[in-house]
Write a protein that binds this ligand. Structure first.
Ligand SMILES: [Zn+2]
Length: 238
């Protein structure tokens, strides 16, 4: 009978560890997923920048072409100036040339803007590519590490599981059933160690009489409020 409460306590501790392992087993793949997702996001951003660069370069080339054609046209108009017969025609042509010059100057400004944009995009892409390379190898390392950790956690989980089965097999089935029932109702916590005459499960006071009974008889007493099984240690109740 003396061993009953220590056994229950060790069962509770095993179950605590088991649920921690179960949680870890669930969290590790989620961690890997989150890392991969963040990496993919960054990669996508880099691809967006590369696409922008492609478009800006294309636009710049188109503008250059436009400027070249316009210069050609203007040259022709300059030649025509020598051939016109009337003053009105001459004036109109001069005006056209002037307009064309203004339009070209606007195109030149646009080209400068594009070049600036291209420059800054190239810089961003260069940095992005470097960062992606670093992150890719880090991701591989981390994934490997976490996958190895899963194997370890799994192994330890199994060892604990066996240990738990061994402890449970030694217990009175009725006690075990009581324990399981409380555990399922109380978020996995069936056995609590009374601290300063308080049940840590529900924070209610445990009568000194109950504490004394537990210490003296080693029998099971429940918290009268939450029904958890009370484990008591002499020095902590003094
Ligand atoms: Zn309680």
């Amino acid at each position: 009978m003396d061993l009953l409460l220590p056994m229950l306590l060790s069962l509770q501790q095993l179950d605590d560890k088991l649920s921690a392992f179960a949680q870890k087993k669930q969290e590790i793949p989620e961690q890997i997923q989150a890392m991969k997702h963040a990496f993919e996001e960054e990669k996508k951003q880099l691809e967006d920048h590369q696409q922008c660069l492609k478009e800006a370069s294309l636009e710049q080339r188109q503008l250059e072409k436009q400027l070249q054609e316009s210069a050609e046209e203007r040259k022709n108009k300059q030649k025509k100036l020598l051939e016109v017969k009337t003053n009105e025609e001459y004036k109109a042509l001069l005006k056209e040339i002037e307009y064309a010059k203004q339009a070209d100057s606007a195109i030149e400004d646009k080209i400068l803007d594009k070049l600036e944009k291209i420059d800054s995009l190239e810089q961003t892409i260069k940095e992005g590519e470097k960062s992606i390379r670093e992150k890719e190898s880090k991701l591989q390392e981390e994934t490997l590490r976490l996958e190895r950790e899963i194997v370890e956690v799994d192994k330890e989980h199994q060892i604990l599981q066996h240990e738990r089965e061994r402890v449970a097999a030694e217990m009175d089935p009725a006690v075990l059933e009581d324990y399981e029932k409380i555990r399922s109702r109380r978020a996995g916590q069936a056995v609590v160690t009374v601290w300063k005459e308080v049940c840590p499960g529900c924070h209610m006071k445990v009568p000194p009489q109950t504490i004394n009974e537990v210490i003296q008889t080693g029998e099971i007493r429940h918290c009268q409020y939450c029904r958890r099984i009370l484990y008591c240690e002499l020095e902590e109740t003094a």
